[in-house]
Design a protein around this ligand. Structure first.
Ligand code: FCB
Length: 453
């Protein structure tokens, strides 16, 4: 029996500005931290960058038409802050670009879903997110953008995956700006959350009807055994990977065990009075990004900072599961469990619905002579099973209102460059777009709201 999704369930796709736009210096746009980071030798696989990416900046009409052709009803995109503002100065060409994109979407019946920050911070901001002032500047940026687009954009996400833009970016050194200092990563994390909270407050004032939220990434950790050491590692990984951001947003407190774990790094003057009240300003929906679940055990303590700042001794234990090209285990049941966990502990008590704002997979795509990729056996299977998990969570009583596939098209996968392809549409060397089997399949699901067996 095919599974039926509710009629108002949103099916769409997601992208991010730096991963698709190209046009790094048009219209007076200055560098973002990703423009700068991509120039650091060794930072990106093959020394690649988003300079051209999918050239979406010049081809957005074609891309919107493609989404409409597939029958998608929602498009989550991000705005490049340095494309629309140079300091306090509004860059009209950049603003015009997003305004035309929004009009194009609305004209094709696609709901624009705007993410304010998907990692491309203006490089000129001193100290980046380690500087508290950046949170204030972010509010001004959000308001400037709202002034131009607020009459047409109803759904606003403040941040995409602050775990990545703090721990991965300021402690693990893997993302821009490439920092390797745990205290800095905690400053970044807190200032990102503060920026989120202050922006929700500011947008709420000017747009009481808007739908405001944040997108967090969750990679649940399961202890490999019941030994104290393994349980401790799993708790600490879950602490920073999964609870550190969602908990203050919904409860107004950082998790106390995580604060204890990180006490030696926690900057004394970091949290000011009123910060947590701002951070826990009520939101209208939580965006959930899910790709995989990890089994972890206690192992050797690594010398340098790791992505799990509170668990440098975490070692992943692979199960007998298929792996994506990222090396991520395919574990759809983890998504159902995650949605139930969030609903029980955080979003449910607050009466906040959930949307899957990213889910998808990179596989070893082999285009045929016409550029067509038949990804039925891997990507379609991945999407089908994860959508099944979402459906099961809805049956469990979790209010999940939509699913946005990552990603609309193959694009610049950050430090991994172009080799990792997540698109349901392929993009070749000549920037030609060709829908894969998964695009056809997903379009059918979107149009019918039915998940075939
Ligand atoms: C997420 C990012 C997105 C993309 C996917 C694969 O962490 O938000 O930009 O890179 O992973």
């Amino acid at each position: 029996m095919p599974l039926q999704f509710p009629g108002n369930f949103r099916f769409g796709s997601a992208t991010a500005a730096y991963q698709i736009e190209g046009a790094p210096h048009e219209g007076g746009k200055q560098d973002s931290i990703w423009d700068v980071f991509c120039r650091v030798p060794g930072a990106i696989v093959n020394g690649e960058s988003g300079d051209v990416a999918c050239d979406h900046y010049h081809r957005y009409e074609q891309d919107v038409a493609m989404m409409a052709g597939l029958g998608l009803d929602t498009y989550r995109f991000s705005v490049s802050w340095p494309r629309v503002l140079d300091g306090d100065r509004v860059l009209s060409e950049g603003m015009d670009f997003y305004s035309r994109l929004v009009d194009e979407l609305l004209g094709k019946g696609i709901r624009p879903w705007l993410t304010l920050y998907h990692w491309d911070l203006p490089a000129a901001l001193p100290g980046g997110w380690t500087n508290r002032d950046t949170a204030e500047k972010f509010v001004d940026y959000a308001l400037a953008l709202h002034e131009r687009l607020g009459d047409r954009v109803h759904t606003w996400t403040t941040l995409n995956e602050p775990w990545c833009s703090s721990f991965l970016s300021y402690a693990a050194g893997q993302h821009a700006p490439g920092g390797t200092d745990i205290a800095d990563s905690l400053r970044a994390a807190h200032h990102l959350l503060l920026a989120h909270g202050l922006t929700v407050q500011a947008l709420r004032e000017v747009a009481p009807q808007a739908e405001l939220g944040i997108t967090l990434n969750f990679t649940p950790a399961i202890a490999a055994s019941d030994t104290e050491a393994d349980l401790s590692v799993a708790r600490r990984v879950n602490g920073t990977a999964n609870r550190f951001f969602v908990e203050p947003i919904f409860t107004g407190h950082y998790p106390s065990d995580v604060l204890d774990d990180l006490a030696e790094y926690w900057p004394d003057d970091l949290v000011h009075e009123g910060d947590l009240a701002a951070i826990s300003t009520p939101i209208d929906l939580l965006g959930v990004n899910y790709y995989t679940t990890n089994v972890v055990r206690a192992g050797e303590i690594e010398a340098g900072p790791t992505p799990h700042v509170s668990a440098p001794d975490a070692v992943q234990v692979l199960r007998d599961l298929p792996l994506t090209e990222m090396g991520w285990e395919v574990h759809p049941e983890g998504l159902r469990d995650l949605l139930n966990w969030l609903h029980t502990h955080y979003t449910g008590p607050a009466g906040v619905p959930l949307v899957i704002t990213e889910n998808g997979a990179a596989f070893d795509d082999r285009p045929d002579a016409d550029g067509y990729v038949d990804d039925t056996a891997d990507r379609v299977d991945y999407l089908r099973r994860h959508l099944g998990a979402v459906h099961a969570a809805i049956d469990d009583g979790v209010p999940v209102q939509g699913y946005l596939v990552w990603s609309l098209m193959d694009n610049f996968e950050w430090a991994m460059g172009y080799a990792k392809r997540f698109g349901i549409v392929s993009v070749d060397q000549n920037l030609r777009r060709t829908p894969k089997a998964s695009a056809q399949w997903y379009g059918q699901v979107a149009r019918t709201h039915q998940l075939p067996d």
